[in-house]
Design a protein around this ligand. Structure first.
Ligand SMILES: Nc1ncnc2c1ncn2[C@@H]1O[C@H](COP(=O)(O)OP(=O)(O)OP(=O)(O)O)[C@@H](O)[C@H]1O
Length: 295
């Protein structure tokens, strides 16, 4: 059903339909506002395995002229976890935005399972990527509908499992109406960490082949973050994951870590290998964060 052309009068039937339509409309508008030049080709609709390759990718934001990435190359094999760390503004989120094709690369290419992302149908590509954005967006609706958002056929067992995996199940059960509890303007207010975990459950319930966590646990303390990442290990082992963070604690378990500085990969390797480089940016980030935590 095309919600863009859905007659407004037809929306009057049930309030939950209206809310879902509003929610979908908001999301559609969000995409349309910024992505008018992204063309969806219908030819490639295959099921993904999750092999991601960035080949000499450079990207300049068209509106500001800011070059966010310069000659970035890496590969993440199916089932592996790649982490990206760097200071604020170093280009981390831009990597996620390009992979989801919110923008097209300026130079180079991004390939998923050997096919350029520009050749996929947008629906096929984005439908298989679970993206937990930095800025969580929850609809004024029940927690259940927020988690199941975008699914054609919601499944109760899958939703419950996603909430458990995102470590928000017990919080939700403690609310008066459990998963039917309304959030947002007409409901209760969730803490920043709870919102992030509901948003994570929304990504996990899709059982995506590619999972992107974009600073998704910044609002929880390091202890909770470690507990969530620990419980996500099983899930991440079954898909290709991209963890974007400015915190060393979030990235240290990854198979490979990229260190970005001003749009350029300045280091890459495992946590142990990067820590061994006493003069590298990674070690400097680690020591700075240790000092902040101790303070
Ligand atoms: N939508 C946008 N339009 C124009 N410029 C942008 C946009 N998003 C990011 N930028 C710019 O691109 C550069 C890289 O930003 P990006 O968000 O990728 O960095 P980041 O490492 O994820 O930062 P943070 O840790 O603060 O989220 C920055 O200079 C930023 O100001």
């Amino acid at each position: 059903m095309n919600l863009l052309t859905w007659p407004v009068t037809a929306l009057g039937w049930t309030s939950s339909l209206v809310q879902r339509a509003e929610a979908s409309q908001a999301r559609i508008n969000e995409f349309l506002d910024q992505k008018t030049d992204i063309i969806s080709r219908q030819n490639v609709q295959k099921e993904l395995v999750g092999d991601i390759v960035f080949e000499h990718v450079s990207f300049t934001y068209p509106d500001t002229g800011i070059q966010a990435l310069r000659d970035v190359s890496f590969r993440v094999r199916p089932g592996q976890t790649l982490a990206v760390i760097g200071n604020t503004g170093s280009g981390k989120s831009t990597i996620a935005a390009l992979l989801c094709r919110l923008y097209d690369v300026t130079d180079g290419a991004i390939k998923v399972d050997g096919t350029d992302v520009r050749d996929y149908s947008l629906r096929a590509l984005r439908g298989q990527i679970g993206y937990v954005p930095q800025d969580v967006f929850l609809f004024s609706d029940s927690i259940r509908n927020n988690i199941n958002f975008g699914l054609d056929q919601p499944d109760e067992a899958r939703m419950l499992q996603a909430a458990k995996d995102a470590d928000v199940y017990q919080n939700i059960l403690a609310f008066p109406e459990g998963f039917d509890t309304k959030v947002g303007e007409r409901g209760i207010t969730l803490s920043g960490g709870q919102k992030q975990r509901v948003s994570m459950a929304r990504a996990l319930v899709k059982e995506p082949k590619i999972l992107i966590l974009d600073d998704s646990l910044s609002a929880v303390d390091t202890k909770t973050e470690n507990a969530i990442l620990g419980s996500l290990q099983r899930i991440m082992a079954q898909r290709t994951s991209l963890i974007i963070s400015h915190r060393v604690s979030s990235v240290k378990l990854a198979d490979e870590i990229l260190v970005l500085d001003d749009g350029v990969i300045v280091q890459h390797g495992t946590h142990e290998a990067l820590m061994a480089d006493a003069t590298g940016l990674y070690r400097a980030l680690y020591e700075r964060q240790l000092q902040t935590e101790e303070a």
